[in-house]
Write a new protein. Structure first.
Length: 704
């Protein structure tokens, strides 16, 4: 077939070899491809000329009267744009970029793929690049060509599988997609996997955006992040779904509004970080962001990439860290997204036993393909390096590392060794964490891993910094849901966690997962009349804050919401008009600030150096007493898990010369009975204390 035939069929791999300015024995020729156009005008050396149609399918030519340079003529586009010819430029993706990408170790893919604003030969435009190795042809469709897939065919960069085109004159806010022709001549219109911004759903076009020129004003924070060891610092995380935190009387709040309000709220409440449910672009509101279509794009629901950068910056300036939920386990099957991107299972597995998630009906990434691994690692680095995010909480790790996750016998394929571990996923995770720690000192990688897989936070294991302690969460919530009269039979639900508390570096979580899908709110899980429900939540939260491990609380728990979380409505902040709710709110605020003041509660979270039992055997009265220690600070933690008041409860600690109560969750201002301890009766072998009902008491002790 001729070049014109290939162009007409939409599968010319090297359009630059035919289109543009070329030298021939008869002189120079400019070839232009404009299907559907009746005429084309050019500006050549300042003069307006008309090209001649030589093929009704859309080929136009012009013969310059004298030799010109490729940048000495421009073309009038249908949109009215006057721009240089895209087909006179050399590839903008170099051989080194291609080699590293195919090898799986190009850690700055976000500077090469997608839509890159750049100057080529002093001409401004956008370099478009996309990976589609099995495509017959790929075209750019955009505002500049009225989304006509016939007009701007892209160039294949050979065995790399990359298609590339530099389009002069295009700039920020240009909407675009890729039109991919499969081997079966089917057309698939795809959003850019590397897009930095997208249209607001249900529209799906990608948007050219500049994310690299922002002048950050959080240098002090970023330098401190490199220098200090975050796991030796207080870490008390507020988990937030941006769309339903507060009402802003619009469909969606803005990153700018949220930055100001969230930063002020976290400072007031004593939270050190916010963790955002996924803000990467996603098509379905009801997925809460966990079915990602744009792994490099902050969702347009709340604003632009620039506004998200300002969001992060403002929180940093106010001393608040930013954690993002990040989802490398799976992606949605929407036609415009990654699924069967070039007509084949490119990012996913072909066999549904490996490529289709049985719970969520989503596609599972193929971690054995180097380019896919590179794509995901580059996504993680983009958020940590370019967008200044401080940590990533990696979602659904167990679903990644087990081939039989959620599957019955015969529904999964064993690995090469005959086992059920996804060896490729394990290697990906190790690679990911190694590179993040190498390139982003001080940034944290946090695993939501729900199995008993060993070594999740070990250097020789998966290499995460923290692991969500799902066992603690399940056991503790089960214990608290019991009527206090029966708790004495189940004290092991509380003490068991100390048998493995230091086997990993744990984060204790009361997350969104525990207040959805019919599970009810934390408050509604508690037994007894209202005063006991509120006392139990105060006790639960204070118990978590005293237990070894970093901490996370989902929004709304501090308000004492009665109903489980619904992403379609804001939290009911009017609850604070009621005394019990306001007391709970003030109690959690006080606990958080006490936590920050006491290194004993956070400096040694991952070893027995920071914890010592005083009494774990008082099952009859359901009481626990223990030391927390760290950085020269020490505090006694006492928890009464019953509604009984125990006057003169004996604490067996010798050589005490002074005791001070620094927190009692039964204070009247918190909604409690007010049975506190302004003074103590001291003896050589211990002291007595009035133990409030359903309460936590923290004591500072001086020794003789």
């Amino acid at each position: 077939m001729s070049d014109i035939d290939w162009l007409d069929r939409g599968c010319h791999h090297q359009p630059h070899a035919f289109l543009g300015l070329h030298n021939t024995p008869e002189g120079q020729i400019i070839r232009l491809w404009r299907p559907g156009a009746n005429e084309i005008h050019l500006e050549v050396l300042g003069a307006i000329v008309q090209a001649k149609c030589v093929d009704e399918r859309g080929l136009f030519v012009y013969f310059p009267s004298s030799n010109i340079l490729p940048t000495q003529y421009r073309i009038y586009h249908r949109s009215g744009l006057l721009a240089f010819d895209p087909y006179v430029f050399l590839p903008t993706v170099g051989e080194t970029d291609r080699f590293l990408f195919n090898k799986g170790c190009h850690y700055e893919l976000f500077r090469v793929f997608g839509a890159q604003l750049k100057e080529v030969e002093s001409i401004s435009g956008v370099s478009f690049a996309v990976w589609a190795p099995n495509a017959k042809g790929v075209s750019l469709i955009a505002d500049c060509n009225h989304f006509d897939g016939r007009v701007l065919p892209m160039r294949s960069l050979g065995s790399s599988g990359i298609w590339e085109l530099f389009v002069p004159g295009v700039g920020p806010r240009e909407k675009y997609k890729f039109e991919v022709r499969t081997q079966f001549d089917c057309i698939r219109v795809k959003s850019d996997p590397f897009a930095f911004a997208s249209e607001l759903r249900p529209q799906t076009a990608s948007i050219v955006s500049d994310v690299f020129s922002y002048r950050w004003k959080d240098a002090e924070w970023m330098e401190l992040r490199k220098q200090r060891f975050a796991l030796k610092r207080p870490m008390n995380v507020y988990e937030v779904h941006l769309g339903s935190w507060k009402s802003y009387h619009t469909e969606f709040p803005s990153y700018r509004e949220l930055a100001v309000d969230l930063a002020a709220y976290c400072r007031k409440m004593g939270f050190s970080h916010v963790e955002l449910l996924p803000i990467m672009e996603h098509p379905l509101d009801e997925s809460w962001g966990y079915q990602v279509s744009g792994f490099f794009a902050a969702t347009s629901r709340y604003g632009t990439p620039l506004e998200f950068q300002q969001f992060v910056e403002h929180l940093h300036q106010e001393g608040i860290g930013v954690i993002l939920d990040w989802v490398p386990a799976h992606f949605p099957l929407d036609d415009f997204s990654l699924a069967r991107f070039d007509g084949t299972a490119l990012y996913e597995h072909e066999d549904p036993r490996k490529g289709l998630h049985p719970h969520w009906q989503t596609a599972i990434f193929n971690y054995g393909r180097k380019e896919v691994v590179n794509f995901l690692i580059a996504s993680a680095l983009f958020w940590l390096e370019v967008m200044h995010v401080d940590a990533l909480r990696v979602d659904a790790v167990a679903s990644m590392i087990y081939l039989d996750y959620g599957r019955k016998a015969g529904e999964w394929i064993p690995n090469a060794e005959g086992g059920h571990i996804n060896l490729e996923a394990v290697e990906f995770i190790k690679h990911l964490n190694s590179i993040v720690h190498q390139r982003c000192p001080g940034a944290l990688m946090i695993a939501e891993e729900s199995s008993a897989y060993m070594g999740v936070t070990h250097g020789q294991g998966l290499g995460f910094d923290l692991k969500w302690n799902m066992g603690w969460m399940n056991d503790t919530l089960r214990y608290f849901s019991r009527d206090p009269i029966y708790r004495k039979f189940h004290q092991n639900d509380l003490t068991f966690s100390l048998l493995y508390a230091f086997s990993e570096q744990f984060m204790l979580v009361l997350s969104h997962d525990e207040v959805v899908h019919g599970k009810g709110s934390l408050l509604s899980k508690m037994p007894g009349p209202d005063w006991q429900k509120f006392a139990n939540v105060r006790l639960l939260y204070s118990y978590m804050m005293c237990h070894p491990g970093k901490k996370l609380l989902f929004m709304g728990a501090e308000l004492g919401v009665w109903h489980e979380w619904y992403s379609g409505a804001p939290l009911d902040w009017n609850l604070l008009d009621h005394s019990l709710h306001r007391g709970l709110f003030q109690c959690i605020q006080e606990i958080n600030h006490v936590y920050h003041r006491l290194p004993a509660l956070w400096a040694s979270d991952f070893s027995w150096e920071g914890y010592e039992w005083i009494d774990f055997s008082d099952e009859l009265r359901s009481i626990l007493v223990y030391w927390r220690r760290g950085e020269g600070s020490q505090v006694i933690c006492i928890h009464n898990f019953t509604p009984e008041f125990y006057p003169s409860y004996w604490v067996n600690v010798k050589h005490v010369k002074g005791v001070k109560e620094i927190l009692n969750t039964d204070e009247e201002r918190f909604g409690g009975s007010g049975k506190t301890n302004p003074s103590f009766s001291l003896q050589s072998d211990g002291f007595s204390i009035d133990l409030s009902p359903l309460a936590t008491i923290l004591l500072e002790v001086d020794f003789a």
